[in-house]
Design a protein around this ligand. Structure first.
Ligand code: LLP
Length: 400
């Protein structure tokens, strides 16, 4: 990837995506489930650019969505509606209504109160709602606490007993059709055992539901497959699939898998240019034109992203903080890392930025969001233009 050429052509800050990487990751995971009915349902929240979703749609991907906006993006991008799932711990009535009208594969329900709501809305519309229930298996996924979701202390899903009660309620309600079951224990998972344990617990629940004539068709294992940011040992897709399949003996289910980060994380880079260097006391700072509003993962999770500096300057390497121009001390990409001495305009490449990069960006400090470009078949093209000041104020009224 010629980052310098791309930065010269499109300017910085800039997100660059390698669509071939996306495709390879998708195919590797899909092949891991070969011989079994499976749907890879891309978790749109990781990177919701329409062109990115469209790329996955053309590969046969479904979409895991957590707002009606994401559902609409998925459908606009060409995802088959019977592969679209609407999850999330708090859906508004209007979102449920719209999802039912759009006739997607299923709504993933996360509480008894929500199940009642879905039933009422489906009845009012005169439709039958296909639902799945998110089970919280109370498993520690051994990941960052902010992205752990499968423990009872987390807000997600319902416990096994509540889930059983909900399935019985759904079975006896003519506006509900319980077709699926779901769990998702966390993100950036690098250990297989917690996934296998969770899958076993949920598969056992499917068996006990079968015994009372509730036939689950979709076994949704969530997302969470981790990627290599630094030197993590990651889970191989084949081992992941085998671990899940080993819990499903005797069950005729379609496996649904909702990866986000695994598909796009390492196929994205954030490019930013050096503005200045300065030294405060004995602390060296390299200040760039990108900031925490563009890529918040370091500030929010203290996440590591590999940093590469492209410079002609033949100066010294020394420790520095790589920071953005935002008025917060938390605005940094890396602290105390070895960086070469730089010139104004040198390029800094931040790796592994394809997932939860642009989608978590904001306009804080009235900063226009970065442009996004796709590289495919040796060609680059813009898939989201850089925002302008006019874009930023377009929704504001009553100030004149
Ligand atoms: N399915 C469900 C129900 C989820 O909650 C998530 C992610 C996924 C699938 C996709 O997970 P993945 O395969 O990408 O790990 N902003 C954080 C990550 C938050 C993940 C939230 N849920 C980060 O930057 O690390």
């Amino acid at each position: 990837m010629n980052f310098k050429k791309l930065a010269d052509k499109y300017g910085t800050p800039l997100y660059v995506y390698d669509f071939h990487h996306f495709e390879n990751q998708f195919n590797e995971l899909k092949n891991a489930f070969k011989g079994r009915k499976s749907i890879i349902s891309y978790a749109v929240k990781a990177n919701s650019n329409l062109s990115v979703i469209k790329k996955f749609a053309t590969l046969g991907s479904g979409a895991d969505c957590v707002s009606i906006g994401e559902v609409k993006r998925a459908l606009m991008a060409g995802v088959d509606r019977y592969k679209v799932i609407f999850s999330g711990v708090g859906k508004r009535d209007d979102e449920i209504e719209e999802a039912l009208k759009l006739d997607i594969l299923m709504i993933n329900v996360e509480s008894e109160a929500e199940l009642n709501r879905v039933a009422d809305i489906a009845e009012k519309l005169g439709v039958v709602a296909r639902i799945s229930i998110r089970v919280n298996p109370n498993i520690d996924p051994k990941t960052h606490p902010y992205i752990s979701t499968g423990l009872h202390e987390n807000k997600f899903g319902v416990d096994i007993d509540t889930a059983k009660k909900m399935y019985l309620f759904a079975k006896n309600n003519s506006s509900l059709n319980p077709v699926g079951i779901h769990f998702h224990i966390g993100s950036q998972l690098t250990e297989l055992e917690p996934i296998k344990e969770a899958s076993q617990i949920v598969a056992d629940l499917v068996r006990s539901l079968k015994a009372i004539n509730i036939d689950i068709k979709f076994f949704d294992v969530g997302g969470g497959l981790g990627i290599k940011y630094k030197d993590e040992e990651t889970i191989k897709p084949y081992d992941y699939a085998q671990a899940i399949l080993s819990t499903l003996s005797g069950l005729d289910v379609t496996i649904v898998c909702e990866p986000g980060r695994f598909l796009v994380g390492n196929g994205g880079w954030f490019l930013t240019s050096v503005l200045y260097e300065k030294v405060n006391g004995d602390k060296r700072f390299v200040i760039v034109d990108g900031a925490m509003n563009d890529l918040i993962r370091p500030s929010l999770y203290n996440a590591y992203h590999k940093i590469e500096v492209i410079t002609d300057k033949n100066g010294e390497i020394s420790k520095a903080n790589l920071v953005g121009p935002i008025c917060e001390s938390g605005d940094f990409f890396a602290k105390d890392i070895e960086l070469p001495s730089t010139n104004h305009g040198d390029l800094v490449v931040i790796h592994s930025a394809g997932a939860y990069g642009f989608t978590m960006s904001s306009n804080y400090n009235t900063r226009p969001r970065a442009a996004e470009i796709a590289v495919e078949n040796g060609e680059d093209r813009i898939i989201r233009r850089r925002e302008t000041f006019e874009d930023l104020i377009a929704c504001e009224v009553d100030y004149l």
